[in-house]
Design a protein around this ligand. Structure first.
Ligand code: NAI
Length: 308
């Protein structure tokens, strides 16, 4: 199993590290545009191999895509990240050009690859990859919901004063502060609805804290987060590589599911060796449906600024 990660920055390197530590991939290729940067990150990570006990080979390259040839999965994290006070949407102009060029280089060398898009605004970047590469829809996946759901579970566990492993919950919709739809109604603590433990007001607070999860970290760190994003990407990569058939909310091209079409947006999907093997349609309440529709409108609005 060969995995390429484009962008050896905060998220790309963190994702490569988690993939290596989980020891399921034979090779991870890190690509960056900054001279020597990916090579340096790869060497540093390789020097953790004997300490962390993994055999995955990590190599780095400054833009030599021939090194990525034959990748089973390619992750795109290249581009700029937001600074405090910025929205993800403000990155659209610069990142669209980068994502378009990178995806085309990746496919030239790995025509059968599955692509995971991370660069923001992620739903719009995922749609751009659909529009410009012509890859089948099961092979283009946007990562956002897996991260947002992990942040949701963190906030739920905090409110419940429960261990995170006892908590389950999912966030669907667009990967933006306003667009996320945390499904509090379906969240559980050991199979018991969380509404049994938390007041409506407290649940509303959990929802709001989840939605601004990325912005909160950007404010604290001065740039966007990397550990949880990297871990979330590695989870998706592992689900595909190991054919786990796990359900993650991912940005997928919808064609009628949830009454939506012609956009990529976060919906629950089954991930296996073929990428998105199924979009799972869950019964949403009227309020949840309305939130998803409004989120889809915002994503579509962003998509109109794309040039193909
Ligand atoms: P970063 O600035 O640390 O790393 C980005 C890397 O991309 C840099 O090393 C840069 O040299 C490289 N790069 C730029 N243009 C390139 C090109 N044409 N080819 C190859 N490499 C190129 O940024 P960070 O924090 O790693 O974030 C990366 C992206 O991921 C941002 O757009 C950020 O908003 C997004 N992000 C998305 C998340 C999600 O849940 N979807 C979560 C966190 C970040």
């Amino acid at each position: 199993m060969k995995v390429t990660v484009v962008g050896a920055g905060a998220v790309g390197a963190s994702c490569a590290e988690y993939i290596a530590i989980k020891n399921f991939a034979s090779e991870v290729v890190l690509v960056d545009i900054k001279e020597g940067f990916a090579e340096g990150k790869a060497m540093d990570l390789m020097q953790t191999a004997s300490l962390n006990g993994f055999d995955t080979k990590i190599v780095g390259t400054t833009g030599d895509y021939s090194k990525t040839a034959g990748s089973d999965i390619c992750v795109i994290t290249s581009g700029i990240a937001r600074k405090p006070g910025m929205s993800r949407d403000e990155l659209l102009g610069i990142n669209a050009g980068i994502v378009k060029a990178v995806s085309s280089s990746l496919i030239e060398h790995s025509p059968n690859t599955i692509i995971i898009v991370v660069s923001n605004p992620m739903d719009t970047m995922t749609y751009l990859v659909h529009k410009t590469t012509g890859l089948p829809k099961n092979r283009i996946i946007g990562m956002g919901g897996a991260l947002d759901s992990a942040r949701f579970k963190y906030r739920l566990a905090e409110a419940l004063e429960a261990p995170i492993s006892d908590v389950d919950g999912m966030v669907i919709g667009g990967h933006s502060d306003k667009g996320m739809v945390p499904l509090t109604r379906l969240a559980t603590r050991n199979s018991v609805p969380v509404s049994e433990f938390l007041s409506e007001d407290r649940l509303e607070q959990v929802k709001e804290d989840t939605k601004v999860g990325g912005a909160t970290l950007t404010g604290l760190l001065g740039t966007s987060a990397w550990y949880a994003p990297g871990a979330a990407v590695s989870g998706l990569v592992q689900a595909i590589a190991c054919d786990q058939k796990k359900i993650y909310p991912c940005s997928a091209l919808v064609e009628g599911e949830y009454g939506l079409s012609d956009l990529c947006i976060g919906v629950p999907v089954v991930l296996g060796r073929n990428g998105i093997e199924k979009i799972v349609e869950i019964n949403l309440s009227e309020a949840e449906k309305a939130a998803l529709v409004s989120s889809a409108e915002a994503v579509k609005n962003n998509n109109t600024s794309l040039e193909f």
